[in-house]
Design a protein around this ligand. Structure first.
Ligand code: PHE
Ligand code: FE
Length: 295
């Protein structure tokens, strides 16, 4: 890992900690309370039980290989030994969401930023910003998969490029992240499975995404996804389904510049739209959908 440049110190409720230009801090592992470790254990056991037969095998294997259920909040340094040896990725601790270009720079250098703090015991089912459980349990297991690991790095590089092109391009790319990395489903011989981090870290959506008749489940298509708005405040109205991680990686290999140019000319689809060209696995019955506009 590149050594982050230290820029300043910051007073936090964990004391005086160095903050780097990259947003990276030391994971304050010794300061986690008993109740914080218990929150991890509770969330972990709940999701591990729920995700058998729901999450894809690559994800479940990753969870076991890291020993995420060994008890208490994992030490990033220990995870990094396993992760570095497997795919060359590293987990770095951060305070929270990072500016886009900083986030992309981390991914492009095979560093995955993880919020060091964990939600409170009364926020087990929902919180509005990503915490350690979402970032670590949701995102990190798949970084052991070589194809997915390469996809994430390529995404980081693509992010830098989109950032320079402009806000519309960045929005198109963000939708891709949303509908794959955060809320992706995958077809397997055993049936449809979850790989998105936003789903696997949520008890409610782990069930809803696969079992509910409400959302659409539509075959992954790169331009379709990049042109589809999404909801940040409710479960998804549409999930996009990949065949395997190679398909995802291959679809994102071409230069996106012409795609960005094309998409500027065509209006975005609403989150719940079903289009003529879609490969529809299930058409949602739209029950309970919010009627206000999506983002
Ligand atoms: N191929 C994309 C581009 O040219 C980069 C990218 C790769 C984006 C992987 C997302 C995922 O911009
Ligand atoms: Fe996330």
């Amino acid at each position: 890992m590149n050594t982050p440049r230290k820029i300043e110190h910051q007073q936090t409720d964990r004391g005086y900690v160095p903050v780097y230009a990259t947003g990276v801090v030391e994971q304050p592992w010794a300061s986690y309370s008993r109740s914080e470790h218990a929150v991890w254990d509770t969330l972990f056991q709940r999701q591990r039980d729920l995700l058998r037969g729901r999450a894809c095998q690559e994800f479940l294997d990753g969870v076991e290989r890291f020993g995420l259920g060994d008890g208490g909040i994992p030490k990033f340094a220990e995870l990094n030994t396993v992760l570095g040896a497997a795919t060359g990725w590293q987990v770095v601790a951060v305070e929270g969401l990072l500016p886009d270009e900083v986030f992309f720079d981390h991914l492009a250098n095979r560093r995955f930023p993880v919020s060091w703090w964990i939600r409170k015991p009364d926020q087990l089912d929902y919180l509005s910003e990503p915490d350690l459980f979402h970032d670590l349990f949701g995102h990190v297991p798949l970084l052991l998969n070589p194809v997915f690991a390469d996809y994430m790095q390529a995404y980081g590089r693509g992010g830098m490029k989109a950032f320079k092109i402009g806000p519309e391009a960045l929005m198109n790319l963000t939708r891709l992240y949303w509908y794959t990395v955060e809320f992706g489903l995958i077809r397997t011989p055993a049936g449809m499975r979850i790989y998105g981090a936003g789903i696997v870290s949520s008890k409610g959506e782990s069930v809803y995404s696969l079992d509910s008749p409400s959302p659409n489940r539509i075959g992954f298509d790169i331009e379709r996804v990049m042109n589809t708005r999404y909801r940040i405040d409710t479960y998804q109205q549409t999930y996009f389904v990949i065949e395997n991680f190679e398909q995802l990686f291959d679809a994102t290999r071409p230069d996106f510049t012409p795609i960005y140019a094309r998409l500027r000319q065509s209006p975005a689809h609403a989150a719940g739209d079903v289009l003529d060209g879609d490969r529809v696995f299930t058409r949602g019955d739209r029950a309970g959908w919010a009627t206000d506009a999506d983002s």
